[in-house]
Design a protein around this ligand. Structure first.
Ligand SMILES: NC(=O)c1ccc[n+]([C@@H]2O[C@H](COP(=O)([O-])OP(=O)(O)OC[C@H]3O[C@@H](n4cnc5c(N)ncnc54)[C@H](OP(=O)(O)O)[C@@H]3O)[C@@H](O)[C@H]2O)c1
Length: 243
């Protein structure tokens, strides 16, 4: 059984990625979530409706013991499973001016994106190296590339993952494992729900927010066999915002 793990697969961009990776690439998808079980079940139903398969796996990517425990137990239950694709998508934002930023808002955002990347990817890395095939895709952000005022924590977390992407790609390229980052701009999801699209559109050359499906199409390509010679890249998908 060939599997793909998508962290934060219950909603938004992660849900769209789960669906495409399952339907278009034929992977059995592990849909990770942290708290929203209903949404995770809905994601599973969506891909099952399309004749694809998957299962739900709950853990907080930022909690090393929880990640290890959940993935270890899953691996023991599925000794035949081969995880080929890891999409580190789970992320949170806690915006505010740096001057007022609490230690909790700083560390929680870094913990989910950057530590989460370590916790999940590190669990699989030896297996990927042994199987000599893999695709690691990290969802970062335009903020991690150019920096965004009011998001010093989020920009730092995503920029950290960009650095990790480039470095890890160099370490493991020889083993046929690619590591890339996808950096979306404004994408319609719960994360951008309260934002003023009419106003923000003015700074987006494409004159609109993007759709989760558009990000998922790019991730799906990077996760496919076709993308074997692309590694260590950060690919912007932001409607033309100069990053
Ligand atoms: N939307 C945008 O405009 C945009 C732009 C650039 C980058 N991004 C990045 O794209 C990714 C997805 O964003 P989105 O807009 O789809 O966000 P979203 O709608 O808020 O969904 C976030 C997802 O991450 C999960 N999650 C949050 N914290 C988690 C944790 N500690 N452990 C496991 N799962 C966790 C959530 O699970 P629950 O449902 O269980 O809460 C949910 O599935 C994030 O990394 C975000 O930073 C988004």
């Amino acid at each position: 059984m060939k599997c793909a793990l998508v962290t934060g697969g219950s909603r938004g961009i992660g849900r769209a990625i789960c669906k495409k990776v399952a339907v278009e690439l034929g992977y059995h998808v592990l849909i990770n979530y942290q708290g929203n079980e209903e949404a995770a079940k809905e994601t599973l139903a969506i891909l099952e409706d399309e004749g694809a398969t998957g299962e739900i796996i709950k853990f907080n990517v930022g909690d090393p013991a929880e990640v290890k425990d959940a993935l270890q137990r899953w691996s023991e239950r599925h000794p035949e499973a081969v995880v080929e694709v890891i999409v580190n998508n789970a992320g949170i934002a806690r915006d505010g001016l740096f001057m007022w930023m609490s230690p909790e808002d700083w560390s929680s955002v870094l913990n989910v994106s950057l530590q989460g990347f370590y916790n999940v990817t590190h669990f699989f890395i030896q297996k990927l190296l042994r199987q000599r095939y893999g695709r690691i895709i990290n969802i970062v952000s335009v903020s991690g590339v150019k920096g965004t005022a009011g998001q010093v924590n989020y920009s730092a977390a995503k920029a950290g993952v960009v650095g990790a992407t480039k470095a890890l790609a160099q370490e493991i390229g020889k083993r046929n494992i690619t590591v890339n980052a996808v950096a979306p701009g404004f994408i319609r999801s719960d994360m951008t729900e309260g934002m003023d699209e009419k106003e923000l559109r003015k700074i987006i050359p494409a004159n609109r927010f993007g759709e989760a499906e558009e990000v998922a199409d790019l991730v799906c390509f990077l996760a496919s066999k076709k993308a074997g010679y692309i590694t260590g890249e950060v690919i912007n998908i932001n409607g033309g915002i100069y990053a």
